[in-house]
Design a protein around this ligand. Structure first.
Ligand SMILES: C[C@@]1(CC(=O)O)c2cc3[nH]c(cc4nc(cc5[nH]c(cc(n2)[C@H]1CCC(=O)O)[C@@](C)(CC(=O)O)[C@@H]5CCC(=O)O)C(CC(=O)O)=C4CCC(=O)O)c(CCC(=O)O)c3CC(=O)O
Ligand SMILES: NC(=O)C1=CN([C@@H]2O[C@H](COP(=O)(O)OP(=O)(O)OC[C@H]3O[C@@H](n4cnc5c(N)ncnc54)[C@H](O)[C@@H]3O)[C@@H](O)[C@H]2O)C=CC1
Length: 168
């Protein structure tokens, strides 16, 4: 099993290589962490373009170069080119930097779980890379349970106060 932890990334450099759907999802998860985010990709999707225009993400409009990982706390290899992703992972390893490799679970130093956040509480689900789609389904099911449970909790509170009781 992987070791579960939550990372403090405030002000730390996170380099995401690639500009497609997967890179966009990794950047979305990073935005609320306060990390300093750099995307390296010749082409990027519309959502990434918005974040770059808003100054929330820095963009290097070109193919990956080895020096792009210098100084990074975390690296995400999320291109659609297997050889490039492998090279990024090797470059990161040589520098002692943790790398997430989108197309090779076994090459990841860390993996991204399926996350649900509500009111500053985070729920993170991982299958240790065995089935990301299952992690996503389980997160969605638990999120619904939590929301239903929350509604049940508030309904019970309302009933109690209507009866003049005290909620514990
Ligand atoms: C190891 C890991 C590394 C990492 O990316 O961190 C990884 C690896 C791979 N994913 C692949 C495929 C898909 N991944 C998703 C979705 C998500 N993948 C995520 C995490 C992880 N994916 C890490 C393990 C997490 C764990 O412990 O379970 C989630 C949870 C978090 C996130 O990415 O934010 C996010 C859902 C969250 C959300 O939606 O919020 C979907 C479904 C979809 O896109 O709707 C598909 C297509 C369906 C399928 O094939 O299952 C492939 C094959 C690629 C290929 O075919 O080439 C690999 C490579 C391999 O398995 O080797
Ligand atoms: N880990 C995960 O959650 C998932 C991983 N995948 C894998 O992730 C990879 C990426 O998927 P998508 O984002 O859907 O692909 P995509 O085809 O939408 O985007 C690929 C991006 O990589 C960029 N790119 C290509 N070569 C590059 C280089 N040398 N330097 C910098 N950028 C480069 C392209 O400009 C493009 O923006 C695929 O290989 C797929 O196998 C797919 C689904 C989920």
């Amino acid at each position: 099993m992987h070791y579960a932890a939550f990372l403090q990334l405030q002000g730390k450099l996170c380099v995401v290589v690639g500009g497609g759907a997967v890179a966009t999802r990794k950047v979305r998860n990073l935005l609320t962490s306060g990390a300093s985010i750099t995307v390296v990709s010749p082409e990027i999707g519309p959502q990434l373009q918005n974040w770059i225009a808003d100054g929330r993400v820095r963009h290097l409009t070109r193919k990956y170069q080895t020096t792009d990982v210098d100084g990074a706390a975390l690296v995400f290899a999320a291109t659609n080119d297997r050889a490039v992703n492998e090279r990024i992972a090797n470059d990161a390893e040589e520098r002692g930097i943790w790398c997430n490799v989108a197309d090779d679970a076994t090459a990841c130093d860390f993996i991204v779980p399926a996350v649900y956040e509500q009111a500053g509480i985070q729920l993170a689900i991982s299958t240790s890379g065995r089935s990301p789609a299952l992690a996503k389904q389980l997160r969605d099911a638990l999120a619904k349970d939590l929301e239903d449970g929350g509604r049940r909790f508030y309904a019970a509170l309302e009933q109690l106060s209507a009866r003049g009781g005290t909620a514990q």
